[in-house]
Design a protein around this ligand. Structure first.
Ligand code: ATP
Ligand code: MG
Length: 245
C-alpha cells in the first residue's frame, strides 16, 4: 500500500491564509490539489504528520480529503513574481504532499452543526495525536457537500521535533480548553473513548506509518512513531479530554 503519485503541471495560486504558504496546483492527472511544501517552515516532519494523522482519521471513518504524493518541478512557478514563493518552490523540488482540493468548500463556522459523536471523535483524535491546530480561531475544518472535513494535521505529533522520551509523550496531557469542540469533552469518555481506542490496533498504526515516503524519514523513524503512539494509547487516562487525570 502506498499513496498515489502525481506530478504538478501548473501553479494556480498561493493560499495566503495558510501560514506555510500552501498553493493550489494542477496535476498531470488533471486533478486540482492543495500542495503542502516540504520546504516550508517545519520541513518534511509537518508532511509526515499530515500523512500519519490524516490517514488515521480516514481509517477511523472521519472525512479527510484524499492525500497523494506530488512531484514538483520548481519551473512550474517561473511566472510567479513573488520572491518568497520562488524560494519555497526551489527548496521543495521533488516530493511533496497533495491534498485533494475541495471546490466550493468553506471554513467551518457556527452555521454548520456536526453531530455530537463526530465532535467528540475529532476531539479525542486530536488529543491522541497531540494536534494543537484545531482552535476556534483556526479550526482547520472545512464544510463541503454538507459534511465536515478535517485538514491540516502538520502540527500534530510534535514530539518528533525533539523526540522527547516515549514515556513522556505517553502521558502528556492535552490542553483542550481552546479546542473548537472543547464543549464536547463530557461526551468523550461516555461515547467514543473505548470504541476508538479498540479500533486503533498496532496493525492499523503500522499501515498508516508505512504510507510515509522513506525520503521524509530517517532510519528507525517508523518504529519510533509506532512505539510513541502505542505508548500513548496505553495511557489514555493521562490525556483523554474530560478524563480523570
Ligand atoms: N483540500 C482543500 N480544499 C479546499 N481548500 C483548502 C484545502 N486545504 C486547505 N484549504 C484552504 O487553505 C487554507 C490553508 O491550508 P492549511 O490549513 O492546510 O495550511 P497551513 O499553512 O498548514 O495553515 P496554518 O496557517 O493553519 O498552519 C485552509 O484554511 C483552507 O482555507
Ligand atoms: Mg491551517
Amino acid at each position: 500500500m502506498s499513496l498515489p503519485m502525481v506530478a504538478a503541471t501548473r501553479y494556480v495560486l498561493p493560499l495566503r491564509e495558510g501560514g506555510s504558504l500552501p498553493a493550489v496546483v494542477e496535476g498531470n492527472d488533471l486533478g486540482t490539489y492543495v500542495i503542502k511544501f516540504r520546504g516550508a517552515g517545519q520541513g518534511p516532519k509537518a508532511l509526515v504528520a499530515e500523512v500519519i494523522v490524516g490517514e488515521l482519521f480516514r481509517r477511523l471513518g472521519l472525512r479527510v480529503p484524499e492525500l497523494k504524493l506530488i512531484e514538483l518541478d520548481p519551473a512550474i512557478g517561473k511566472s510567479e513574481p513573488d520572491f518568497e514563493i520562488q524560494e519555497l518552490l526551489i527548496r521543495s523540488a521533488g516530493l511533496n504532499l497533495a491534498v485533494d482540493f475541495l471546490p466550493g468548500s468553506f471554513g467551518y463556522d457556527a452555521t454548520f452543526s456536526p453531530g455530537a459523536k463526530l465532535r467528540a471523535e475529532v476531539l479525542w483524535l486530536d488529543a491522541f495525536t497531540a494536534n494543537v491546530d484545531r482552535s476556534w480561531r483556526n479550526p482547520n475544518l472545512l464544510v463541503w457537500h454538507k459534511e465536515l472535513w478535517m485538514i491540516d494535521h502538520g502540527a500534530a505529533l510534535y514530539f518528533h521535533h525533539s523526540w522527547m522520551p516515549a514515556e513522556r509523550f505517553a502521558t502528556l496531557p492535552f490542553d483542550y480548553h481552546d479546542h473548537v469542540f472543547a464543549d464536547s469533552a463530557s461526551d468523550v469518555l461516555a461515547a467514543v473513548d473505548e470504541p476508538l481506542a479498540a479500533r486503533i490496533t498496532p496493525q492499523l498504526l503500522t499501515e498508516v506509518i508505512a504510507l510515509v515516503p522513506g525520503e521524509w524519514l530517517t532510519e528507525g523513524d517508523r518504529e519510533r512513531y509506532l512505539e510513541y503512539l502505542l505508548a500513548r494509547l496505553a495511557n489514555r487516562s493521562a490525556w483523554v479530554p474530560g478524563g480523570t487525570a
